[in-house]
Write a new protein. Structure first.
Length: 384
């Protein structure tokens, strides 16, 4: 019998098992890394989404806040415009209801045609007589001055100043001062400056409704103060209006404060004031103080019973008075008609004062009416 071998069978190589394990481990690691990367990307994406959402919410809040501010600003402007419009309507009652208004003038003209006829007396005849006389007189003076100028030129030519004929004629023309009352904003100032000729600005003292009305005058060379005085109606009256019965001290304090706010102003005219200007005692007090601070007063003539002139005579003061209101009606034809009436008065008296208000229709009409003003000299009030 053959002997059976006691040798153990050879051990097979286990390397393939290790290789499989390594592959399995590596794949698990890759899966783990991929999962980690995916989670990280997902986390970052979620974070970015949250960030974008938060930024969108913040932006929306900012936009909403800005929208609300814009709405509030628009509402403030609307309320200010509404206040101004309502106030000016109330002032129109003050201006239109007085006896000096145009309705009264028209009625009187119909009653007394023999004494005053607008078309025949001034529009056709007087304007034709007065202007040619001025020009004829000027031309004679110019001829005389030419002879004198020739002699002077031979002796001292360096000191001779030759004045143009057109400038000479213009200086002899009737003077018309147009005043715009109730000025309170820089936009109104720009519109007045864009009219294209001399227009006087009269500023209301600052209040909560027009707090900037003194600051905007700093860059202006000339302007007036529109002083609020007591009216027959107290509706929409200005803050710190002067009343009948106010003491001289209160009036002095008011004018002194205005002097500080408007240092370049030399003229004051009244805002409303139908009640105040018709009271002699009150006007005596006011003009006494106005004289102290070296102002010239222009009576806006909101009443036919004005005591301004009578009071001024007591103090030996020079005062001026309004002749025409331009815009009792916000209508281009009406404003131009009033402007023509002012020109007629200027031709008759040598000068005239017309008062308007800061309405867009007034600005545009004045700008479009230069052709009507060729026979008058547009001036600032200090030239009257």
């Amino acid at each position: 019998m053959k002997k059976t071998s006691t040798k153990k069978p050879p051990i097979k190589n286990k390397k393939p098992k290790k290789s499989k394990f390594k592959l399995f481990a590596l794949s698990n690691i890759l899966v783990a890394i991929t999962a980690f990367v995916m989670l990280s990307v997902g986390y970052l994406y979620v974070q970015n989404e949250d960030k974008i959402k938060n930024e969108t919410i913040e932006q929306n809040l900012k936009d909403e806040k800005l929208r609300q501010l814009a709405i509030e600003e628009q509402e403030i402007k609307y309320q200010e415009a509404k206040y101004f419009e309502e106030k000016t309507k109330a002032l129109e009652i003050e201006y239109v209801s007085n006896i000096d208004n145009q309705v009264y003038i028209d009625k009187k003209r119909e009653e007394k045609k023999d004494k005053f006829e607008y078309k025949e007396t001034f529009k056709k005849d007087k304007s034709k007589e007065i202007i040619p006389r001025y020009i004829e007189k000027i031309e004679k003076n110019i001829e005389k001055e030419k002879i004198v100028e020739k002699k002077i030129i031979k002796e001292k030519p360096a000191k001779v100043i030759v004045i143009k004929k057109e400038e000479k004629i213009k200086s002899y023309l009737p003077k018309l001062a147009i005043i715009i009352d109730d000025v309170t904003t820089s936009s109104q100032v720009k519109k007045i400056q864009n009219i294209g000729y001399a227009v006087n600005m009269s500023f209301l003292p600052p209040t909560k409704h027009h707090w900037n009305s003194a600051k905007i005058t700093k860059n202006l060379d000339r302007y007036m103060i529109h002083l609020p005085l007591e009216a027959s109606s107290h509706r929409y009256e200005e803050v710190d209006t002067l009343y009948i019965g106010d003491s001289v001290q209160r009036i002095d304090d008011k004018i002194k404060a205005l002097k500080a706010l408007y240092p370049k102003a030399t003229f004051i005219n009244n805002h409303t004031g139908s009640k105040y200007t018709s009271d002699l005692k009150s006007m005596d007090k006011l003009l006494k103080v106005i004289k102290k601070y070296d102002y010239t007063f222009i009576d806006s003539k909101t009443t036919s019973k004005s005591a301004v002139l009578k009071s001024a005579k007591k103090y030996g003061m020079r005062v001026l008075s309004r002749n025409i209101f331009l815009d009792n009606k916000k209508d281009k034809k009406y404003i131009q008609k009033q402007l023509k009436r002012a020109i007629v008065i200027a031709k008759k008296n040598g000068s005239a004062i017309a008062i308007g208000h800061p309405y867009n229709i007034t600005f545009s009409t004045l700008k479009q009416s230069k052709h009507l003003l060729k026979d008058v000299q547009l001036v600032f009030v200090e030239s009257l």
